[in-house]
Design a protein around this ligand. Structure first.
Ligand SMILES: *Cc1c(COP(=O)(O)O)cnc(C)c1O
Length: 427
């Protein structure tokens, strides 16, 4: 069954218009564009592939919720016994609502507030991935107040170059994430001063969309060496969290790391670790399972340029504007047409609202359907209503069936909470 799912989702020989058994052109007749569509089976296949590669190890996947935080996606994770890596109390709330047990949730991020820590403690999450001494002290104080003992890991900044886009690189010494091994050593040395924090974990996450295995090897080796040093010094390490970052194929020629190779790198560094391994994949599980369906609004001829104006925009998919990211753009047409170079843009009033520059595409006309590939991660979850464009619908596909998992925002939804300034008060 998983095998067929893989074919449906990943086989480039399949017509692009059929995704997880659903004819996207027929779907677009029923649901107004733009909308995001996700293949449940592509996600299931990714989870199963990673879980299989990790067989024999005490390893648990904690999906990085920020990649795609739709409740239906989180439910798929819960069904596959995948936990969650959260970075806010909003994500905690979503994960719990989707049925992910608190004991399968880890909490990362440099800016956890006192209120967020309190909520996570009350929920009983598995552990906190701590990124500063201040946060460690705050966790001690709050756990003491609640008379509980919190499990915590220290996020190591291994000073490794993930060789990815600067804005999604997190493991260099100059990045805001994690602490140096020197500092982490001090945390363990005076762990006794913090009786309500059980500091028994290590965590590392060096960045996102990583396509080479070498940065992972380096980071895992540094964590493994530190774990051995700590054990030798008499500290117990119950869990090592190797983070996320596995890259995906956004364009031809990109060669993502195979799950087996990734698992081999983990085994090579940490094969003799007998505690629990945690993994925090985000993008890898969902990116290629998503497409953005959009229609051509019009063609515009500029000074020596052809603009293809779509009804999707940077508010629906920010990655091209934010990271200069490439996404395949696939017209859903049957016939053969002359090809042109188009600047593919959205209607938002920003020059940055550009999906592609000088992209060679077949000639297109107003009203025709265009699919943007690889939008399942950091697509809808990064969306905004900029230019007062309501959030797009999200649709889950599963073997020929579809279900709306987020209805298109109404104008009333969009302005919910806004009101004229009627009641003035002084603080
Ligand atoms: C964003 C993030 C992830 C997920 O990264 P991907 O590249 O999407 O796999 C995992 N762990 C932490 C701490 C993160 O911030």
């Amino acid at each position: 069954m998983q095998h067929n799912a893989q074919l449906t989702a990943d086989n480039a020989a399949q017509p692009d218009a059929i995704f997880d058994g659903v004819d996207l052109r027929r779907l677009a007749e029923r649901i107004p564009t733009p909308f995001h569509a996700y293949s449940a089976n592509a996600i299931r296949a990714r989870i199963a592939g990673l879980q299989q590669a990790l067989q024999g190890m005490d390893a648990m996947l904690c999906y990085a919720v920020k990649a795609n935080s739709n409740l239906a996606i989180l439910q798929l994770m819960a069904e596959a016994r995948v936990g969650a890596d959260i970075v806010s109390s909003g994500e905690l709330w979503r994960a719990l609502h989707a049925g992910i047990p608190a004991q399968h949730i880890v909490f990362s991020g440099v800016g956890k507030t006192a209120a967020e820590i309190a909520e996570a403690l009350a929920a009983g999450i598995q552990r906190f991935n701590l990124e500063s001494a201040d946060e460690l002290d705050l966790l001690q104080q709050m756990a003491a107040e609640l008379q509980v003992r919190a499990h915590a890991a220290v996020r190591i900044n291994p000073d490794v170059d993930a060789q990815t886009h600067a804005k999604i690189s997190t493991g260099k010494a100059q990045n805001k994430f994690g602490v140096s091994i020197d500092e982490a050593r001090r945390w363990f040395a005076d762990a006794a001063r913090r009786p309500n924090v059980r500091l028994d974990g290590l965590h590392v996450h060096i960045g996102s969309q990583i396509l080479g295995i070498e940065p992972f090897r380096l980071a895992f080796a540094r964590v493994a060496a530190f774990w051995r040093e700590l054990e030798a010094a008499g500290h117990t390490i119950a869990s090592i969290d190797v983070g996320g970052g596995l890259g995906v194929r956004y364009r031809d020629g990109e060669q993502p790391i195979a799950p087996a190779d990734y698992a081999a790198a983990i085994r090579a560094a940490l094969g003799d670790f007998t505690g629990r391994l945690l993994l925090e994949p985000g993008r890898y599980l969902v990116a290629e399972a998503g497409v953005l369906l959009t229609r051509v609004i019009r063609l515009k001829h500029g000074e020596g340029r052809r603009f293809l104006v779509l009804d999707a925009a940077m508010n629906d998919l920010l990655r091209p504007s934010l990271y200069d990211a490439w996404h395949d753009i696939v017209p859903l047409i049957d016939d053969v047409r002359p090809r042109h170079r188009y600047d593919v843009v959205g209607p938002v009033c920003e020059t940055g609202d550009t999906f592609a520059v000088e992209r060679e595409l077949p000639e297109l006309h107003a009203g025709e359907l265009v699919l943007i590939r690889g939008t399942g991660a950091y697509g809808a979850s990064m969306a905004s209503t900029y230019n007062s464009r309501p959030l797009a619908a999200e649709v889950l596909l599963d073997r020929g069936r579809h279900a709306i998992v987020r209805r298109r925002q109404s104008l009333e939804d969009m302005v919910a909470g806004e009101q004229p300034a009627r009641h003035w008060e002084t603080a």
